[in-house]
Design a protein around this ligand. Structure first.
Ligand SMILES: NC(=O)c1ccc[n+]([C@@H]2O[C@H](COP(=O)([O-])OP(=O)(O)OC[C@H]3O[C@@H](n4cnc5c(N)ncnc54)[C@H](O)[C@@H]3O)[C@@H](O)[C@H]2O)c1
Length: 399
């Protein structure tokens, strides 16, 4: 019996990320790339040759691609500022959408994306918050859900590294194209935090401050400090910086009533993860309390675990250690999207499913401008009015 027919893609933006993703699509047995749109035709031809599909047509305009009736889905890898309008046009043309992050750099476009995704439940939408697929992150989500930490009280996630602005990626310095630093990368940290907390709590309020560029000439503030209050009473904290010269910092610290875990992306592999293990008493975790019944274990140190009678994590467990997309789980994100489209499923990372990730980012920006904590969910009308009063801090436009 033959399986479902391949998903037919229109591919957009064959730059650094795009070329990697195009390769993943050509490797997938259920994907067929039908055509490409890339304004720099020479770059498009080079990318197509690199991934061994040199004869694919290059559309003259995005409109030509999106109106092609033979295309089921668009795959958007252009600069940040293109994601909003291109995804909205695709949804309006009844296409599935794989969208690189950020979903949009304008709040009105964010609202429209969520509205369209809800109004068209037969379409799969997906935002590439790719750390979701890292095995360490998947394990962390299961641990929270299974009560490995009891009730989580505090979680910290850092997202600091130096994003690549070399060559024709200079657009990442311009606010009108890049948008803001949260959308440019710090939203990975927000997605990790919210999905880890999802089994226990939802974000209820955000307070944030930001700092102007002190190294490279970013027009938007590259440094962010974001505090998320959850409806359970737990607190999340995120240090973000897209201009940090000190390597890829995805530090996590999570603490609850009966367990804790620390992840340090800079440490040697065997020391990257340490987990507070609380002994079981009568089938239940002993309360840590003042005595702190338990001990630290190192689940990625296989030898030490064996010596201490602890089950180590599998040797091939991936951890978020690098800002290089080639080392990210691109194959898994592509496979997930195709599986959702073929099964008629919505993704947890869709415009609607992951709307809170974007919303925390918008709330952080509003908080940084007003100096006040911002309650969630956001009031759309008030937020649009506030943004209109601060064109110096937000990208605004009319649709
Ligand atoms: N999920 C991740 O971890 C991750 C990692 C890296 C990049 N990204 C995202 O991928 C996107 C591309 O980033 P990059 O580093 O590959 O940048 P890049 O500059 O290398 O590639 C962008 C490409 O888009 C093309 N382009 C310009 N205008 C366009 C338009 N109107 N429509 C379509 N394409 C257009 C450019 O010519 C270029 O080839 C960005 O949105 C970035 O945030 C995501």
């Amino acid at each position: 019996m033959s399986g479902p027919r391949p998903v037919r893609f229109g591919f957009v933006g064959t730059g650094w990320m795009g070329t990697t993703m195009l390769r993943r699509l050509t490797e997938h047995p259920c994907a067929q790339v039908v055509s490409v749109f890339e304004p720099n035709v020479r770059k498009a031809r080079e990318a197509l040759a690199q991934v061994a599909v040199p004869d694919l047509p290059v559309a003259a305009t995005y409109e030509e691609l999106v109106e092609d009736a033979s295309i089921d889905a668009v795959f958007l890898c252009g600069p940040n500022g293109t994601h909003g309008s291109q995804s909205i046009a695709a949804l309006e043309a009844d296409k599935h959408v794989f969208c690189e992050k950020p979903p949009s750099i304008r709040f009105d476009e964010h609202l429209r994306q969520v509205e369209l995704a809800r109004a068209r439940p037969h379409l799969t939408t997906y935002v590439d918050y790719i750390l979701y697929f890292d095995e360490f992150e998947q394990r962390l989500r299961r641990m929270v859900a299974d009560g490995a930490f009891g009730t989580v009280t505090q979680i910290q996630v850092n997202y600091r590294h130096s994003i690549n602005t070399s060559g024709d990626r200079g657009w990442k310095l311009q606010r009108s194209v890049m948008g803001d630093a949260i959308g440019m990368g710090i939203n990975h940290g927000i997605s990790v935090m919210l999905f880890a907390m999802q089994p226990q709590a939802k974000p209820a309020a955000v307070y944030a401050t930001s700092l102007r560029a002190l190294n490279r000439p970013f027009e938007a503030h590259p440094v962010w400090n974001i505090q998320v209050s959850f409806d359970s009473g737990a607190c999340g904290f995120l240090f973000g910086d897209i201009d940090s010269p000190y390597g890829y910092d995805a530090f996590h610290s999570i603490q609850g009533t009966s367990g804790a875990l620390v992840f340090d992306s800079f440490a040697d592999r065997s020391r990257k993860v340490r987990q507070w293990m609380t002994p079981e008493v009568g089938g239940r975790s002993a309360a840590g309390g003042a005595q702190g019944a338990g001990r630290w274990i190192y689940p990625l140190d296989t030898e030490r675990c064996r010596a201490e009678g602890v089950t180590p994590w599998p040797e091939d467990t991936t951890t978020p250690d690098s800002g290089n997309v080639l080392e990210h789980q691109t194959g898994q994100s592509v496979a997930h999207f195709i599986e959702c489209v073929q099964a008629g499923k919505r993704s947890p990372l869709g415009f609607d499913g992951a709307a809170q990730v974007a919303e925390v980012g918008w709330a952080a920006q509003i908080s940084a401008v007003t100096g006040e904590a911002v309650q969630l969910p956001l009031d759309s009308e008030r937020t649009l009015a506030l943004i209109a009063r601060h064109p110096e801090s937000f990208v605004v436009g009319s649709r």
